[in-house]
Design a protein. Structure first.
Length: 695
């Protein structure tokens, strides 16, 4: 390890570090604009100048200078101070005095560093340079005169997002950042707003909404997909104004998807803020809580347990699933299921429904097979991890399923079960690629599992994992990619059919035939509601989506930003979401609704508080006590050994990335993205029609 002297103090640092990294490790702050630890080094801004000996008698850019044994680094000499003031003066030459009206105000690196390292006045008397604003889509607002050409945005979209939609045009004083007046075609595009150190790229939906010091900041968990991104929810009063990423190296690093960031405006639209009961005229009428709960309780008590069913939706939290399962058990109901898409996975062994390698484990893989998934739309951050690994090692990636535009080189193997069977049998060349890999990784999505022959597809992928050595003592490369944030938590809690119970397809068939008379939809909006026309439907949820339209009684619940809750992501990581705002109107937290209902139904649940519920839940399911931990599931035999339906290709369940759940379907921003980005590519008409069908 090289030994360097920083401001007169010796430090041992890792070989290969830059001078800037060595100074940061030693606790010495160096200002910077263009440098970012997750992007390549550009050396554009020159703000990180330091004095280095031995070396030329001038300041040097520390971000691009590797450390060497015996170096002397000085960060606080007169030369360095003068150089930094000069660089700052040049950066501010053309920068407009926009701070009072700039959305970056209060969170701006340029403001902070101008105060700490800048010159006290201006000596520039020439004409200022102005740059026309550029169009970058419905999410990114541009004020390009503020741009200092750090190129963070250019490097992010090229290196992390994997598209080439933003670039630097011209040279010298004529240089401009541009997307050529096109919307940025990436599910991660809005991360450039966080990266921009000045106010050149800001949030278009959030423009002029609030100042950072007005906002209450709450650390929480995202539910727009099953990755479980760590987020910060910023609210003013009782309205969520924005969602920002939090750092978690094992899950989302410091990025979030555009849907995670911007679907929050759907939280205030089409909300269920009071109970409703369907009257004799066939219309839903507002009711008080006592009437609604009593109506549901009377119906439950008057119906045989075998004719009652409960379905848990995609956004449900672990606490409410635990309460609903306990209530159904006390009523003797075995017809419960959380797999509303019909996925053919079971509770045991756990390995069959987990992302066993962990999301961070992707960075150890050396060959990947994707089966029945469109990762760009189903899990953009997992897709970004694969791209990161591909850039580092050039690993080979094979794809069976929908052929989509990828952000890394993919060998397209085929569309469906026939190709998968060839790989399992070893007849396809990619089987040898997996066998030769030291740590092969297989990702199977709901496009393969949420179909009638999903159990056979699951069994085929399990046999493949065993055959190519993807499962071993220190490596489990068998991964299931979920699309529903609440699915793994519900599987962990056993919200599955009991002895003699029905699964979701069987519940729907029973409702059509009149064998199921009462259906309790807990946030379930993705099932075929036409099958429930004969049944008495109870809908507990937070938005007026398909489930609410089909309901006979509506019990208004809380959205993910309005409750303290536990979620398990696709790898089984236990994470806590925290309440940022309160539910609107008369809506209540889901576990509290179920507790009140149980009392009226004569099956009182044994807890009166969230703490008591969590205590019981964790006693019965000890894994939920291990917060922010993910461990592979126990391996065993699972799936079926029969033949798959070769006539049906694997199709991703996500038809429109921007609208996948009741919240995002109510978002005006997500509607604008669908219109301006998907329709511009000719991919959105079917997606818009699908969204409209949900109301």
């Amino acid at each position: 390890m090289p030994t360097v002297k920083i401001n007169g103090v010796e430090h041992e640092v890792e070989a290969g570090m830059t001078v800037l990294q060595a100074c940061e490790q030693a606790g010495v702050e160096i200002p910077r604009f263009c440098y970012h630890e997750r992007l390549s080094i550009a050396g554009n801004c020159r703000m990180c100048l330091v004095e280095v000996k031995p070396g030329p008698p001038k300041p040097q850019a520390s971000c691009a200078l590797p450390v060497q044994d015996g170096q002397e680094i000085v960060t606080d000499s007169d030369m360095v101070h003068k150089a930094r003031k000069g660089v700052m003066e040049f950066l501010l030459i053309n920068h407009p005095l926009d701070c009072p009206i700039c959305d970056q105000g209060g969170e701006c690196d340029l403001q902070d560093q101008a105060m700490a390292y800048g010159f006290s006045g201006s000596r520039f008397e020439e004409n200022k340079r102005a740059v026309a604003d550029k169009y970058m889509g419905p999410l990114i607002k541009t004020i390009m005169t503020r741009c200092i050409h750090c190129t963070r945005c250019v490097r992010f979209v090229a290196e992390v997002a994997g598209v080439e939609d933003i670039g630097l045009l011209n040279r010298g004083e004529a240089a401009e950042i541009s997307s050529l007046e096109q919307a940025v075609d990436s599910e991660l595009s809005a991360n450039v707003i966080d990266l921009c150190p000045v106010g050149a790229l800001t949030s278009k939906p959030y423009a002029f909404e609030a100042r950072p010091w007005e906002l209450k900041k709450t650390e929480s968990i995202d539910v727009m997909d099953a990755v479980g991104s760590n987020i910060r929810v910023d609210a003013r009063g009782n309205e969520v104004l924005r969602v920002l990423p939090r750092l978690n190296e094992d899950v989302n690093e410091e990025w979030i998807s555009d849907k995670t960031r911007y679907a929050c405006d759907g939280l205030v639209r089409q909300r269920l803020d009071r109970p409703y009961v369907r009257g004799a005229d066939g219309k839903l009428h507002p009711a008080d809580w006592s009437t609604a709960l009593q109506t549901v309780a009377d119906k439950l008590k008057a119906t045989e347990a075998s004719k009652i069913a409960a379905i848990a939706g995609d956004l449900v939290d672990a606490e409410s699933v635990f309460a609903l399962r306990a209530l159904m058990q006390r009523l003797g109901v075995a017809n419960i299921d959380c797999r509303q898409d019909g996925a053919r996975i079971e509770a045991e062994p756990r390995a069959q429904y987990l992302f066993n390698s962990g999301i961070a484990g992707i960075e150890r893989a050396d060959a990947i097979l994707i089966v029945g998934a469109n990762l760009r739309w189903e899990a953009p951050l997992i897709n970004a991890r694969i791209r990161k690994r591909w850039l580092e090692s050039g690993l080979k990636v094979g794809l069976i399923g929908p052929q989509v535009k990828s952000t890394y080189d993919v060998e397209y193997l085929g569309a469906g079960p026939e190709t998968l069977q060839q790989v399992v049998d070893g007849a396809h060349g990619f089987a040898e690629t997996l066998k030769q890999a030291e740590r092969p990784l297989i990702i199977v999505g709901m496009g393969a599992l949420a179909r009638p022959d999903g159990a056979e597809a699951l069994g085929a992928v399990r046999r493949l994992a065993e055959a190519v050595g993807a499962v071993g003592d220190d490596w489990n490369g068998f991964n299931v990619l979920h699309t529903a944030a609440g699915r793994v938590g519900a599987m962990e809690l056993g919200f599955l059919p009991g002895e003699g119970g029905r699964s979701v397809p069987e519940i729907l068939d029973g409702a059509r035939a009149g064998e199921i008379e009462v259906v309790y939809l807990h946030g379930a909006d993705e099932v075929d509601m036409s099958a429930l026309e004969k049944a008495f439907v109870i809908y507990q949820g937070h938005h007026g989506d398909k489930g609410a339209h089909a309901a006979d009684v509506i019990l208004p619940g809380a959205a993910y930003t309005e409750k303290n809750a536990t979620y398990l992501n696709t790898e089984g990581r236990v994470q806590l979401a925290r309440r940022a705002v309160f539910p609107p109107g008369e809506a209540r937290e889901d576990w509290a609704i179920l507790r009140a209902l149980s009392e009226r139904a004569g099956a009182t649940l044994p807890f009166d508080s969230l703490e008591a519920l969590r205590r019981q839940m964790r006693e019965q399911h000890p894994r939920l006590t291990r917060l922010d931990e993910a461990e592979p599931g126990e391996w065993g035999a699972f799936g079926a050994d029969g033949a798959m339906d070769a006539s049906r290709a694997f199709v991703s369940p996500v038809e429109n990335f921007y609208m996948t759940d009741p919240i995002s379907r109510c978002s005006q921003t997500m509607a604008a993205c669908t219109q301006e980005i998907l329709l511009a590519r000719g991919e959105g008409q079917r997606a818009i029609e699908g969204g409209a069908a949900h109301g």
